[in-house]
Write a protein that binds this ligand. Sequence first.
Ligand SMILES: [Zn+2]
Length: 137
Amino acid sequence: MIHAISNVELESYLDEALPQERMAEIENAFRDDPKLGERFAEIVSKRDAGVHTLGSIWRRNRLSCPSREKLGSYLLKVLDPDETEYINFHLETIGCRYCNASLGDLGQQHEAADAKERESRRTKYFQSSAGYLSVDD
Ligand SMILES: [Zn+2]
């Protein structure tokens, strides 16, 4: 089911700043809805004329993206509720592709670090048991 496509989304589409799925949905919608194409053409022509909405400038420069450190803290759930809410909004409602990719990447690093930590605990445990054994010997 296609949700109504707002001008903001069309701008994001132009910036290729939407999630892949939504990009595809909008591409399909162009085929079914000539009106949508007209709206899009209008946005493009405004762009060409140098008229940029504040929103498009923001998206283009990614000013609203949280830093990678913030995303890391978000992942660890150590942000305050306001920041968490903002990042939720940014990731889910805006569907920022860069940050979603970044978060996926951080998640993998995080898991790898976890596994490494478990591994080193295990090694320490065996080393200390080995140590005890050699003392007992
Ligand atoms: Zn972002």
